[in-house]
Design a protein around this ligand. Structure first.
Ligand SMILES: *Cc1c(COP(=O)(O)O)cnc(C)c1O
Length: 348
């Protein structure tokens, strides 16, 4: 078995040359899992597949973009990178920067980043600045800094991020032999929906792109920025997405939708994925499946003639946000070393 990252696998389709130093953790090539239990649960006559991006090296799809952004930063002789982040970009940037020997600074919104992500960024040696403010404030400050100082921006406004992330669409087409009919995806800063659509259209195909924002952080759906975005899904807690226009373009060109799901719907899908399919994701990731549940009737009514293929992107791993998992599950019973009591607790 020869390991390859996304740059080596898809070199032809990426803005790299033989001189580009490849900084990789062997990201990509993530599982596309058939979700038969969810198909049965939803009683839906379609094939549902889950693209589990939590299987990437740092636990989210951000690694696909980061291998490109950091490799290009090294090629351009940059010495330091910076990003604003709700957590996963920070974790990914910190890891790839460590591997490349670059300095890394990350600005995160104080108090709204999940524990796993913060601990990753800290362990990889990034300078972590917790800003009193939200993600949108952090991004604004980072853009100001990169205008004046020689730091490379590695947010998804860096076009190499989008280039790397589009490889997820390539993998889906490679695996299925064609594009799916529907593609459900969470939308935060809207880089990922932009990247998938770019990937699909480069291979002259494409599903309907079905993007989902949390109802308390849904600027694209509402048609205006949200000042104080609110949701438990911290990775999509964004009030003014950087790739807003491109997300709308992906929606319109694909004849898809961008809509909302509530935190309650997100948590329901989060639990369903873990209990029915054995897949543990962070809450934001479950917005795609929550969206599928919301649109089930629309799809079923259209699926009378043909059996649709549906892909849901699961953006990040459940271990990123252990606090939410513990809050969402039944607490373990504390029991004495007494066999009778233990057997009773097991249900024997
Ligand atoms: C970054 C991220 C998102 C949102 O992706 P955008 O490209 O910002 O729309 C969703 N889920 C997880 C887990 C993420 O890390």
């Amino acid at each position: 078995m020869i390991y390859k990252g996304i740059i080596e696998r898809y070199k032809k389709y990426l803005p790299v040359t033989d001189k580009t130093p490849i900084i990789t953790l062997y990201e990509g090539n993530t599982p596309l899992l058939r979700a038969k239990n969810i198909e049965k649960f939803l009683d839906i006559n379609c094939e549902i597949y889950l693209k589990f991006e939590g299987a990437n090296p740092t636990g989210s799809f951000k690694d696909r973009g980061m291998t490109m952004a950091i490799s290009k930063a090294v090629e351009c002789r940059s010495k330091a990178v910076i990003c604003a982040s709700t957590g996963n970009t920070a974790a990914s940037a910190a890891a790839y920067a460590a591997r490349a020997g670059l300095k890394c600074s990350v600005i995160i919104p104080d108090g709204s980043i999940a524990l796993g992500k913060l601990s990753q960024a800290m362990m990889h040696g990034a300078k972590v600045i917790a800003l009193k403010g939200n993600f949108d404030d952090a991004l604004k400050i980072v853009l100001e800094i990169t205008e004046k100082y020689p730091l490379t921006l590695v947010n998804s406004l860096n076009p190499y991020r989008i280039e790397g992330q589009k490889t997820a669409a390539f993998e889906i087409i490679d695996f299925l032999g064609r594009a799916p009919d529907y593609h459900f995806i969470p939308v935060g800063n809207a880089g990922n929906i932009t990247a998938y659509w770019k990937g699909y259209t480069e291979w002259k195909t494409g599903p309907k792109m079905m993007g989902f924002q949390a109802s308390g952080a849904a600027p694209i759906v509402r048609g205006k920025p949200v000042k104080n975005p609110k949701t438990i899904a911290t990775a999509i807690k964004i009030g003014n997405p950087a790739s807003w226009k491109k997300a709308e373009q992906a929606r319109d060109e694909s004849k898809g939708v961008i809509d909302t799901v509530t935190d309650g719907e997100i948590i329901k899908a989060y639990k369903l994925l873990a209990s029915l399919e054995g897949i543990f994701v962070e809450p934001a990731s479950a917005a795609s499946v929550a969206g599928l549940i919301k649109y089930k009737d629309v799809i079923v009514s259209k699926a009378k003639q043909s059996r649709f293929t549906i892909v849901c992107t699961l953006t990040g791993h459940g271990l990123k946000d252990p606090d939410r998992a513990i809050k969402s599950a039944i607490q373990p019973k504390v029991i004495d070393q007494n066999m009778k009591k233990i057997l009773k607790a097991i249900g024997l």
